[in-house]
Design a protein around this ligand. Structure first.
Ligand code: AHM
Ligand code: MG
Length: 335
């Protein structure tokens, strides 16, 4: 089905025949993103840039805007009648909005990812995913990424975009400042299998396991090395911006578990970062792995669990998985 450019998000959801309860929640998520985008624009005038003086469950410093964005999503999406549970990176506990019934929705959110970029006015984003309550009274929110109904993100950059997948194909909507509507601008976001661009925080090199070290060494060796081509490197320290680039022109994103973060499982969170992004990347033709396991197949053990994340162009992920088979890490990554 071809949906014309500039179609508004609500009309798109209708034309795609998305279940009305899910569509209504998706519209609430998009509305939350619009409010967060406004808060970001006004933050300097409202004294909202900087630390909230609190730490989240992960022991990380919370920015004022982290706290504000969490409140916006919680309140705006809390009105969606089908939403049973709100699971946020910023909150220790799951918020139950009603007694769960089979078919009710569960929302996972990282309300403001990459918030260390706020002070320097670089792109940040909100990441989300939705799954479903399996049976009346079932309070288990630990669903595999494979079971998601949809996932996506809002990116707050030169323009605000809302990118979403329901499992097949990824589409992007741009916020039109003239009427406050998200309009279809990226009808088919694809991750090409080949790339010559990688993203990794290479200041962590001394902690890396052999497979990651080998992979990056091969990329850096360029056309004179085993890969026979030159590679480019980009790292924004804002996962949404890095994934958006990969969904636009390909590439790979690596935040592996390493010697210094392995005890925690890695750096990025399975439920709020790894799974939603893996779901998007796979829906766009790419791949996502911990190095030893498909991210979307991991059975979560806790909602704040962290994991090793390698995602992007499928040929590169295949190479990384091969390297993990050749040089198995001493400890199982991502579990
Ligand atoms: P956050 O949820 O605390 O913002 O952390 C997640 C962010 C990602 O957006 C980004 O890829 C990564 O942390 C950057 O980490 P580093 O500062 O180690 O490069
Ligand atoms: Mg985050």
């Amino acid at each position: 089905m071809t949906i014309p450019p500039d179609t508004e998000l609500g009309a798109y959801l209708l034309q795609r025949k998305v279940d009305p309860d899910l569509a209504s929640l998706v519209e609430s998520i998009a509305a939350s993103a619009t409010v967060v985008a406004d808060h970001l624009k006004e933050a300097a005038f409202q004294n909202h840039i900087g630390s909230a003086g609190t730490t989240n469950i992960q022991g990380e410093d919370q920015k004022l805007l982290d706290v504000l964005a969490d409140r916006v999503f919680r309140e705006t999406c809390g009105d969606a009648t089908s939403l049973a549970a709100y699971v946020s990176e910023e909150a220790e506990e799951v918020t139950w909005l009603k007694a769960p019934a089979a078919g009710d929705l569960i929302l996972y959110v990282d309300p403001l990812d990459g918030s260390s970029n706020l002070e320097v006015n670089l792109s940040v984003g909100s990441i989300f995913a939705v799954s479903q309550v399996q049976a009346d009274g079932d309070t288990n929110v630990l669903r595999k990424g494979r079971d998601y109904l949809c996932a996506g993100y809002a990116i707050y950059g030169p323009s605000t975009l809302f990118v979403i997948t329901f499992g097949l194909g990824v589409v992007g909507f741009t916020l039109d400042p003239s009427d406050g509507q998200f309009k279809l601008t990226n009808a088919q976001m694809r991750v090409p299998p080949e790339t010559n661009e990688f993203a990794v925080n290479s200041s962590r090199q001394r902690f890396w396991d052999e497979p990651i070290r080998r992979y990056v060494d091969e990329c850096l060796a360029g056309s004179a090395g085993p890969r026979g081509q030159d590679f480019n490197m980009r790292w924004t320290a804002s996962m949404v911006a890095d994934v958006h680039r990969i969904l636009t022109r390909g590439g790979v994103f690596l935040y592996p578990a390493d010697e210094s973060n392995r005890r925690a499982g890695g750096k990025l969170r399975l439920m709020y970062e790894a799974n939603p992004m893996a779901f998007l990347i796979e829906a766009a033709g790419g791949a996502a792995s911990t190095g030893t396991e498909d991210i979307l197949r991991i059975q979560p053990q806790a909602h704040h669990q962290r994991v090793s994340v390698l995602l992007g162009s499928s040929n590169e992920i295949e190479r990384l998985v091969q390297l993990h088979q050749i040089h198995p890490s001493q400890e199982k990554i991502g579990s």
